[in-house]
Design a protein around this ligand. Sequence first.
Ligand code: ZN
Length: 408
Amino acid sequence: MRGPRSSFVSLLIVSLALAAGGALLAQRGQGGGRGQQANRVEIQEGQECPPGMTEVRHLQCQAPADAAPSIVDYRPRSTVVAPEHLVPKAKYPVVDVHTHVTETAENMPKMTQEMDALNLRVLVNLSGGSDPEQVKRKVDAIKASPYKDRFRVFANVNWNGAGGPGWKEKALADLEQAVKNGAIGLKIFKGLGLSDKKADGSRLHVDDPDLDPIWDLCARLNIPVIIHTADPEEFFQPLDYKNERWLELNVFPGRRYPQDRYPSFEELMKERDAMFAKHPKTRYIAAHFAWYGNDLPRLSKMLDAMPNVYPEVAAVLYEFGRQPHASREFFIKYQDRVLFGKDTYEPSEYPYYWRVFETTDEYFDYYRHYHAFWKLYGMGLPDEVLKKLYFRNALKVEPGLPQSGWPQ
Ligand SMILES: [Zn+2]
């Protein structure tokens, strides 16, 4: 153990050495270790260390003695010893409002077993299709099975020819028929705004007035619209070493949106939020927490201004898990607005959500290492908030869900 006296002595020695050795010592390191031959470089206030170096003391950079591992090879094991509360099964039954599995007579028996183990009561397949006959086949397969209360289907819209002659009439008629055929909502994929084109070849903006009748029809049919607009903001930013998603964008280069070919994140947010505001009677579910999970103040502002918008948590668990206190406050404040969704149906991954929402565990791993270089922390949400997040809000926003048999 180093006592205050020995600390003082070391400090004195270092001070003397620095005073005596001046620039030479600054280059060779403070010594005292086991023969460290480290290079030290001084920097100015506001500067960063050169590549390969780290700031070891205020304004002093040093390179590690060994070559530094790459970010894929550096896998430190945590030495934290703390209670673990794994949550294989959610505390209350759950509606997953965001999935893409097409249910068939073959896959439903196994899926419902997996869902029971997780306490997932209803899965909502957002990929019903834009052809009302296709929607009908999917709905009928569910209705003909013993699992008719476990699955629901959303319809889609075909944007081909949007704004051109006859497009609007067909899109509206197809959507209305799809709902008659059993669709309980409309899903809008991220192609709207990013890549879908109008009949005249121009980019189809999320807030294009040609789409207004679609949103109005959803209000009249009393069905929600779940919309995925843009992607994480970093996907639109330069791919440098400051980019939080550097690894992901290098493993999956197709996820980048080079700014010479795509609209900016802000442009897309502006269009979507204008569309939300213009249709206050339409209920919108903002998929992936509107991509504002890393900016909860911004999302607060939007939710305060637009009571028709409901954020859904699919694929952004890493945002809540890295700021559990702010997230907890947010989920409590907006407990009547938040919905559960997962996007990728992978039974092994759901328990990570349950653990973040239900426990106060600390410093545990996420299931996608390339997303989050950080650990997750639990939010410890109160039971009443969990119930709203897991099923109550979904039952309100999506009247086509099975409405009975839920806990009080
Ligand atoms: Zn999705």
